[in-house]
Design a protein around this ligand. Structure first.
Ligand SMILES: Nc1nc2c(ncn2[C@@H]2O[C@H](COP(=O)(O)OP(=O)(O)O)[C@@H](O)[C@H]2O)c(=O)[nH]1
Ligand SMILES: [Mg+2]
Length: 246
């Protein structure tokens, strides 16, 4: 159970996906990669399928019809990983905002005892490169808002670059995960924290994508804004229990 799987959700990432897969496979540790593509009209899945001929044992692809959001893509990937013998499961974007080298650092944090390691932009100052200042400020203050409302001691609450130990994913009841965008990232951290797991933030530098376009939308932002209040309310009446798997 020491195998490490990197899950990458994709929607229109034809400029990035091949470079990203090759970058991960050239790291000194052995990582497996699962792409969850939502029927990207730009043919991202076709590129992955071609690459699978070269890496049939290390690269996998799940295809869904139509854009269904990041949260459900990850949950599909988590279930897939749990049906197999992966001990460490990563979340990562396709667009090189997350430096593949940092997979090694997150992995190391989990090997040294973290149940969840978070690649954090805000652990030490603000480590964001090439985002317009408005977006940096919004992200930074959103993270602070979440930390205060939920009372969670995490600086980068919306971070999407993470490594979970298998037992965390085995314990979370995915049927109860409600959100899809940034709120999904917050909800996963909040649930992990409420369940009493050991969370560590590892400082990383986040660089804005150079190719392709962001899928961030006002709707996703609003979901996070109101979702955090709903999470807070729910946590006041809800007892966080590990899922009993049958
Ligand atoms: N499968 C899937 N992937 C998505 C969806 N929305 C975004 N992504 C992917 O999730 C990652 C992060 O999205 P991105 O647009 O870079 O968001 P941003 O970094 O917040 O601007 C990228 O790899 C996207 O291709 C979706 O609805 N479905
Ligand atoms: Mg991005």
């Amino acid at each position: 159970m020491n195998k490490a799987l990197v899950i990458i959700p994709t929607y229109n990432e034809k400029e990035n996906i091949e470079k990203m897969v090759r970058a991960i496979f050239s790291l000194p540790s052995l990582f497996y990669v699962l792409i969850v593509d939502d029927g990207s009209p730009d043919g991202t899945a076709g590129i992955v399928n071609a690459l699978r001929l070269e890496f049939p044992d290390r690269l996998f692809l799940l295809e869904r019809e139509g854009k269904q959001g990041l949260g459900t893509a990850y949950i599909l990937g988590f279930r897939w990983a749990l049906e197999r013998d992966f001990g460490f499961v990563f979340e990562m974007d396709a667009d090189f905002s997350h430096n593949p080298q940092d997979l090694l650092v997150l992995h190391q944090a989990c090997l040294e005892g973290a149940d969840l390691a978070i690649g954090s932009r805000y652990k030490s100052g603000v480590n964001v490169v090439n985002w317009p200042i408005g977006r940096v400020l919004m992200s930074y203050f959103a993270s602070t808002y979440v930390r205060i409302v939920l009372g969670m001691k995490i600086y980068d609450t919306t971070a999407g670059f993470k490594c979970y130990r298998r037992n965390v994913l085995e314990t979370i009841d995915f049927d109860k995960v409600k959100f899809k965008g940034y709120a999904f990232q917050i909800e996963m951290k909040f649930t992990t924290w409420k369940l009493g797991f050991h969370i560590e933030e590892v400082p990383i530098v986040f660089t804005d994508r150079k190719e392709g376009t962001s899928k961030m939308s006002g709707g996703i932002f609003n979901e996070a804004l109101w979702g955090v209040l709903r999470m807070k309310l729910r946590s006041m009446f809800h007892n966080y229990k590990p899922k009993t798997r049958t």
